[in-house]
Design a protein around this ligand. Structure first.
Ligand code: G3I
Ligand code: 9MR
Length: 557
């Protein structure tokens, strides 16, 4: 209670700011005077003073905000922001690499999600744990035409990352996740060459980011039926596990459940990308790139034979005949056209064949913010990276400018919160993905404005928001302590597994937990019951990894 009373209404990036970058804080609630000060944490040394900007009411809650701009302060060190009469802000750093630790931790978050292997103390520290879910004997729930692998066939599908707070593995959600990590590498290879996150494979001559991605890639390969190239939608329990450690999870059967069109397209896209990226590491991984290329083409060929599969996956349809019913994550998606377009793009960029060039000529430049079910823009980013045209550059800029068009209306000065719809299930990933869109606009123009606004969304995620939370576990003065993440809750360690991004405010509150605040931008609760606002997920961490590492990589230029 004491600490609650002490909590500062100053909302800012609780990690830090670039020495030469923008530095803004949001002061919420009433203030006695319009002044603010930046001091050393002990309060003895005042290094900056200025006045707060005029009051604004937030559009998505009753929060009143006055912004404090201290961008002109270019002194390295550890500071707090003080407003007379209010408790000081959390301490923050001003420096040349304020997000280096975060950049490493967010990527290391994937190591902590690894299924089927023990996490050893020398890599996992106090979050070490035994292996869970070996997945060496998994039952097939077959599709109608699967003569060679009928219902009940036993296959092995070990490894990969747990999707989120649950212990299942879903191809569709791996699709966008793998893209963001591979794209980060493909955009910034030199930066990642020297980026060590202390995983078992570190030091093997391959960038750690590619070693980590490979752990999930090898699992994805097991999800393809070698008989016809089709790809199972997910590897899962029938029901979600209880809040227990992986090795204590129920030993009831695991299933791979039905091939789906969205899974096949996402798989084809990831495999095509992997073929070109791992092709440069053929000494370390002989044959891998060829396997990926072949897997991509075979998955594509399967889609040509099954274009009639309307829905990506329908759990309702499957449960009409499957026993026991499957109740885990659906990742259902009635529109596979964006997945198809993305697959075409990656297949073309890797194979450079006439067939895919033809198909690509009909692929639109998709303007929809990426989510697990909307992946068209991923292809746009790849084309911009590997086959850029003036039109592709222009559209990066137009998309970014559209994100900025109402920036003045957002009391917190972040791009996140441009529309109420930004705050949905996993909305924090929207903030990160908007940041990535802005990074691409920067790469198209070299105009710092776009990077500064990308930073505004990192500021959002790390504390400049209406909840006052820094949403990444283990970072900042106030971050999630009780994420809906089974290992974090069940391991008996007080601190949650670090480097994981919580879903964030979600006005639909589908979990029926007790939310202390229920407005659009405050509907968040740091309780492990809250899977709709406080779960973590591989597809939410991925744009964070891209954004933070891109900022760290680009700042040197
Ligand atoms: O379909 C409507 C759309 O028409 C509308 O415009 C939009 C407005 O917010 O809502 C859309 O539906 C939402 C849907 O996500 C698509 O984004 C649903 O309300 C929302 O309930 C649904 O949430 C998904 C959730 O699973 C429940 O299915 C999340 O996106 C998805 O990230 C989440 O994924 C889960 C896995 O199933 C299991 N593993 C954990 C993972 C993270 O929570
Ligand atoms: O733990 C599950 C989480 O990973 C999912 O995102 C969420 C929505 O599908 O469901 C969670 O499981 C809950 C289930 O849906 C309902 N009963 C309580 C479960 C939480 O322990």
């Amino acid at each position: 209670i004491a600490s609650r009373a002490q909590e500062s209404p100053v909302r800012l990036n609780q990690t830090g700011f670039y020495t030469a970058g923008p530095k803004r804080a949001a002061v919420t609630g009433p203030v006695a005077s319009g002044l603010f000060f930046i001091t050393t944490p002990d309060g003895k040394d005042t290094v900056f003073r200025s006045t707060l900007q005029p009051e604004k009411s937030s559009r998505w809650s009753k929060t009143i905000v006055r912004m404090a701009d201290f961008s002109a302060l270019e002194r390295k060190g550890r500071f707090v922001l003080r407003v007379p009469g209010l408790p000081p802000s959390f301490p923050f750093e001003i420096g040349d690499a304020p997000f280096r630790d975060l950049a490493a931790a967010a990527l290391k978050g994937y190591y902590f999600q690894r299924a089927s292997m023990p996490l050893e103390a020398r890599f996992a520290g106090k979050w070490k744990r035994p292996a869970g879910h070996p997945d060496t004997r998994v039952l097939v729930h077959a599709s109608a035409a699967d003569a060679k692998r009928p219902e009940g066939t036993v296959i092995a599908s070990p490894g990969g990352w747990y999707d989120a707070g649950d212990y299942n593995k879903y191809i569709v959600n791996s699709g966008i996740t793998m893209y963001m990590l591979l794209a980060a590498y493909e955009d910034f290879p030199a930066y990642f060459d020297k980026f060590d996150i202390n995983i078992p494979e570190s030091g093997n001559g391959v960038p750690d980011i590619l070693d980590e991605v490979l752990y999930n890639l090898r699992w994805m390969l097991t999800m393809q039926d070698p008989n016809d190239g089709g790809v199972y939608h997910k590897c899962t329990n029938a029901d979600f596990d209880k809040m227990v450690m992986p090795h204590e999870a129920s030993k009831s059967p695991r299933y791979v459940v039905q091939k789906s069109l969205t899974a096949a397209y996402d798989f084809a896209a990831v495999m095509a990308m992997s073929a070109r990226i791992y092709g440069k590491f053929s000494k370390a991984f002989p044959g891998l790139a060829d396997s990926c290329r072949q897997a991509a083409v075979r998955a594509w060929e399967w889609t040509e034979l099954h274009p009639d599969v309307q829905n990506g996956y329908s759990q309702k349809a499957i449960n009409a005949w499957v026993k026991p019913p499957i109740t885990t994550g659906e990742y259902g998606d009635r529109d596979a056209s964006d997945e198809r377009n993305w697959a075409i793009t990656e297949l073309y960029l890797t194979l450079r064949s006439g067939k895919f060039q033809n198909l690509l000529s009909k692929v639109p430049d998709d303007a929809t913010l990426p989510t697990w079910s909307k992946v068209g823009m991923l292809g746009g980013w790849s084309r911009f990276r590997l086959a850029s045209t003036p039109a592709l550059k222009t559209s990066r800029v137009q998309l970014a400018d559209a994100l900025l068009d109402k920036i003045g209306e957002n009391a917190f000065g972040t791009v996140m919160g441009r529309a109420a719809g930004d705050f949905n299930w996993g909305g924090n990933a929207n903030a990160a993905n908007q940041g990535v869109m802005l990074v691409y606009a920067y790469m198209a123009t070299q105009n710092r404005k776009y990077l500064d606004h990308a930073l505004s969304n990192l500021d959002y995620l790390l504390g400049r928001n209406a909840t006052g939370y820094c949403f990444v576990t283990g970072f900042g003065g106030k971050s999630p302590m009780h994420p809906h993440h089974r290992p974090s809750i069940a391991d008996g360690v007080k601190d949650p597994v670090p480097g994981l991004l919580a879903g964030g405010p979600n006005i639909k509150m589908q979990d029926n937990c007790d939310y202390p605040f229920k407005e659009i931008e405050t509907a968040y609760v740091d309780h492990d019951c809250s899977y709709a606002s406080n779960e973590i997920a591989i597809n939410w961490n991925a744009p964070l990894v891209y954004l933070v590492n891109a900022l760290e990589a680009l700042k040197k230029e």
